[in-house]
Design a protein around this ligand. Structure first.
Ligand SMILES: Cc1cc2nc3c(=O)[nH]c(=O)nc-3n(C[C@H](O)[C@H](O)[C@H](O)COP(=O)(O)O)c2cc1C
Ligand SMILES: C=C(O[C@@H]1CC(C(=O)O)=C[C@@H](OP(=O)(O)O)[C@H]1O)C(=O)O
Length: 382
């Protein structure tokens, strides 16, 4: 499978085309829109999320509630575009345009992107670098999650740390509701309250916050990905999509950074054979060994940097005058850590769905389901 997205933050719409989905996958807006809504949520987001009510229009590849095997096109309109029609117009003229950005913001694409593509109005960089693009990736990823659910795979995401406040350990698949009910996406209500206070304080100070997200998947068959070649290794492929998400600066499988500090005997998961099946009493590897799923739960943690646009701005340089100035202040989130978990789950879901199709193939969902069932039977008999 492959996909492309296009669209600017304040342009008319975001567009995604997915190619290679099997036919006969039940699919409708009800599988996509709840993920778009979740991505908009979370305490600490800015006013843009009040303007947008993201919804996907399915423009191709689905008929009567099922994929046909043709490319699936998804469109998400930008409601805010109506306030930006002249600023974003593709027609020439009107320069310098309103909202031109020339005070490069540290931590953004502005300066390197301006030099690379030879723009002096850094809005030409900002508009596509913006995490608005993630709405398209979430729409695509939600389709992947639907495919995974038809194959018996379930995912979850939660916030483990925000602004330096740690949530209590103890993820529980039976308590997913507690994550959804909470606008910090952590089941630890006490930590959520303290995170909220810290976000409020950061906002008052004109500052921003980052955090750490965890994404889990269970029900994955053994052997997705491969040890045989670098670009087939699933850990590498997962890390790539995580790192490609705006503001993500670190990825670990399991607790890699803690494990790097202790001996191997405290890290690797012993193998046993009980009740006619292979078992591990621990899952410190986070479900991946040598670039392949090993049948245990997949556990990925990702570090998100604090939002780069600061209302109390850092010093910068104006790219027109070369004079010292304050970084531009765009409308902005104080934190987007809870939203990032939603995005990470969907985009990791894409990698897993793609790996499923690669291993099992099939033009149709029923063929894929039969082959996954056969592989699970082989796992049991091995
Ligand atoms: C859901 C989400 C929302 C974001 N919102 C903002 C924002 O409002 N303001 C901002 O400066 N950065 C925001 N970012 C992060 C920037 O897009 C990102 O830091 C920037 O494009 C530079 O890329 P890099 O951090 O990956 O190097 C957001 C990121 C995500 C994932
Ligand atoms: C639009 C979204 O996030 C945006 C991501 C973003 C950035 O710099 O990445 C900056 C802000 O853009 P704006 O100035 O239009 O408010 C966020 O709101 C979104 O998540 O849908």
């Amino acid at each position: 499978m492959r996909f492309l997205t296009a669209g600017e933050s304040h342009g008319p719409q975001l567009t995604a085309i997915i190619e290679g989905l099997p036919s006969q996958l039940p699919l409708g807006k009800a599988d996509i829109d709840p993920w778009l809504r979740k991505r908009q949520g979370g305490y600490g987001r800015g006013r843009r999320m009040v303007i947008e009510t993201d919804e996907a229009q399915i423009m191709s590849g689905v008929r009567a509630g099922r994929t046909t095997g043709a490319p699936v096109t998804l469109v998400i309109p930008n409601r805010d575009h109506r306030n930006w029609t002249e600023i974003m117009s593709p027609e020439p003229g009107g320069e310098p345009r309103k909202k031109a950005l020339t005070d490069a913001r540290p931590g953004h694409a502005d300066l390197a992107g301006g030099i690379k593509y030879r723009h002096k109005d850094l809005r030409d960089v900002l508009e596509r670098a913006s995490a608005r693009e993630t709405a398209a990736r979430v729409a695509v990823g939600s389709v992947a999650l639907k495919l995974l659910s038809e194959l018996g795979v379930q995912g979850a995401n939660h916030v483990v740390s925000l602004g330096g406040i740690e949530a209590a350990e103890g993820f529980d698949w039976d308590r997913l509701d507690a994550i959804e009910e909470n606008d910090l996406r952590t089941p630890d209500a006490d930590a959520a309250a303290r995170m909220r206070e810290r976000i409020d304080a950061a906002k008052v100070a004109g500052d921003t916050l980052g955090g750490i997200l965890e994404v889990r998947f269970r029900g994955l068959p053994v052997g997705l990905g491969s040890f045989a070649h670098y670009d087939r290794k699933l850990d590498g492929r997962i890390a790539q999509v995580c790192m490609s998400l705006q503001a993500m600066k670190g990825v670990e499988i399991g607790r890699a950074f803690d494990q790097a500090r202790v001996p191997g005997s405290a890290v690797h998961d012993a193998i046993a054979y009980r009740d006619s099946t292979y078992v591990r009493d621990t899952n410190r590897a986070g479900g991946l060994e040598a670039g392949m799923t090993n049948g245990e739960e997949l556990i990925v943690r990702v570090a998100m940097k604090p939002i780069a646009t600061l209302m109390t701005p850092l010093p910068t340089v104006n790219v027109m005058t070369h004079e010292a100035s304050d970084a531009a202040r765009e409308r902005s989130d104080t934190t987007a850590v809870p939203a990032a978990g939603v995005i990470l789950q969907t985009i990791i879901g894409w990698v897993l769905a793609d790996a499923m199709l690669e291993k099992f193939g099939g033009d149709t969902l029923p063929e894929l389901q039969e082959r996954v069932a056969a592989a699970r039977a082989y796992e049991q008999a091995y």
